[in-house]
Design a protein around this ligand. Structure first.
Ligand code: UN1
Length: 503
């Protein structure tokens, strides 16, 4: 399929794709597959941001009064439209972000799944009833819409992360303003076409309920700094989060941060090694190592180290690298040349720090201008400095361990805390890993890799990962404000704590 056909099937017209040709602030979008120019976009003018946020505020005042199950109806329609558009949007994810076909489709499936989840949730925004200490009194908590929610998303999940946030924010009664990565605005524009179809079928949603802004840090900053934006949900690097978090906090806004990960797997002596290898390969090289949940550190028991490394090397040698649009490809390109440079720099540091590097070479696929690379396996003598940094590329550091306590300590001894897992058939080891003294990550798995989480569980992690939770479980609470209510149905006015105040 040609690039042009993919863009057209996703509903993007030539006029939209070339809106920025006369603008010197234009953003040029190139496909990571071959460097082909896909679009020249006019970014949102920063001076238009106050109007955008004002519109979201006005939309909020109406949307918050719409019953939550009716709000859920909009999300149900969005899920239906996404089902119909799955193939087209999935192909565009491949074209713009470089994911292989199946992962492009999987990303859209993740959007559909969170819509289904949110539709059910729209009838389950439960609060507690609480026993009052006073006679004739009743207490409860109510959950109310919070206000406009800004979603700042990254290139690697260019549409799913917006959907995690938007589906919940919508049923919770909040408008959404989306700033996608400057590297992947086309998938966002195509998603907005799908949104428009859902809105048209819904009928009476307020204008400005779902808006898209395109641009760089200045546009993001307008959202982050404005008191009109109640919630800022930001996914990306720890560096970005360290700028966003304090700014939102300084104005007492709420932020949901989903930042860097440095995800690990412990492989214990009893592990099913063939299963472990499958999990390792998918989670270390899938999405060309560009998931925030990508497996980056492998701690292998010394008794099985050599045999496991051999199996991984064999599997790595068989991986088809190339054009992600081609059926059969398992590793597509990195997002751009700077990403490839970061990878090469990290490998050089790893060598200097005693690592034995296998793979990692640039691959010439016959596709011009793509950043294709062999996944790298790096045997480290210890968890040296380079291993503690997240390099957004397919580098897997492998280290030996002797005791499980030591492995868990090493796993936790990094600044990030997103995802983790253990392969073991030993119940004691599995439970220790999941216990309070085990993994310190937001996600901890047994006999399954660290990436590819389902939407049903809350997603996010601790430490430099930012502490936010998105997607399933009760992550919805972060999109609402909790109100505690005390109702007195007696004819007396007793004070709490037995205080007397008679006059
Ligand atoms: C991300 O990489 O930003 O668990 C999100 C996973 C996906 C989401 C990753 N469901 O790998």
């Amino acid at each position: 399929m040609l690039h042009k056909e993919i863009l057209a099937s996703a509903g993007l017209s030539a006029a939209e794709l070339y809106s920025g040709t006369l603008d010197n602030s234009a953003i040029t979008i190139c496909s990571p597959i071959d460097g082909a120019e896909l679009a020249v976009l006019k970014p949102t003018n920063p001076s238009a941001m106050p109007v955008t946020m004002e519109l979201a505020q006005t939309a909020f005042e109406q949307w918050r009064t719409v019953p939550a199950p009716r709000r859920g109806e909009l999300v149900r329609l969005l899920g239906e439209e996404l089902r119909a558009a799955k193939a087209d949007l999935g192909a565009l994810v491949t074209l713009e972000a470089g994911k292989i076909r199946s992962e492009g489709l999987g990303e859209v499936q993740e959007m559909i799944d969170i819509c289904d989840f949110a539709v059910g949730l729209s009838r389950q925004l439960y609060g507690l009833t609480i026993a009052s200490e006073r006679p004739g009194h009743r207490m409860m908590e109510s959950w109310h819409p919070m206000g406009p929610c800004a979603v700042i998303s990254a290139f690697n999940f260019p549409v799913a992360v917006w959907a995690w946030n938007a589906a919940l924010a919508l049923v919770c009664g909040n408008p959404v303003i989306w700033k996608p990565s400057e590297k992947t605005p086309l998938t966002a524009m195509a998603t907005m076409k799908i949104v428009e179809r859902a809105l048209a079928r819904f009928g009476d949603a307020p204008a400005g309920l779902l808006q898209l802004v395109i641009g760089g840090a200045d546009i993001g900053d307008a959202l982050v700094s404005s008191k009109k934006i109640a919630i800022v949900s930001a996914t990306g690097s720890t560096r970005m989060g360290s700028l966003v978090g304090p700014k939102v906090a300084a104005r007492f806004g709420r932020s949901i941060l989903e930042l860097g990960g440095n995800n690990a797997m412990i492989v214990a002596p009893s592990a099913d090694l063939d299963m472990a290898v499958r999990a390792i390969v998918f989670s270390a090289v899938g999405t060309a190592g560009q998931r925030c949940t990508t497996l980056r550190r492998l701690f292998v028991h010394e008794s099985i180290h050599d045999i496991l490394v051999e199996k991984i090397r064999k599997a790595y040698a068989s991986l088809p690298i190339g054009n992600p649009l081609d059926a059969g490809t398992l590793i597509g390109p990195l997002i751009d040349q700077p990403a490839l440079q970061h990878m090469q720099n990290a490998l050089e540091q790893a060598r200097q720090q005693g690592g034995g590097v296998f793979g990692g070479e640039v691959v010439t696929t016959g596709v011009p201008d793509g950043a294709y690379v062999k996944p790298a396996l790096v045997l480290m003598p210890a968890q040296r400095e380079v291993v503690k940094h997240e390099t957004f590329a397919p580098i897997l550091y492998v280290m030996k361990y002797t005791t499980l306590d030591e492995a868990i300590h090493l796993q936790n001894d990094v600044p990030q805390g997103l995802s983790s897992c253990i392969f073991t058939l030993n119940l004691r080891e599995a439970e220790q890993f999941l216990s309070a003294a085990g993994s310190d990550c937001g996600i901890a798995n047994v006999n399954i890799g660290p990436s590819g989480a389902e939407i049903g569980g809350a997603f996010g992690g601790e430490k430099e990962t930012g502490g936010g939770r998105e997607s399933g479980s009760d992550a919805w609470r972060a999109y609402m404000r909790r109100q505690t209510n005390t109702i007195n149905y007696s004819s007396q006015l007793p004070l709490a704590q037995g205080v007397k105040f008679d006059f």
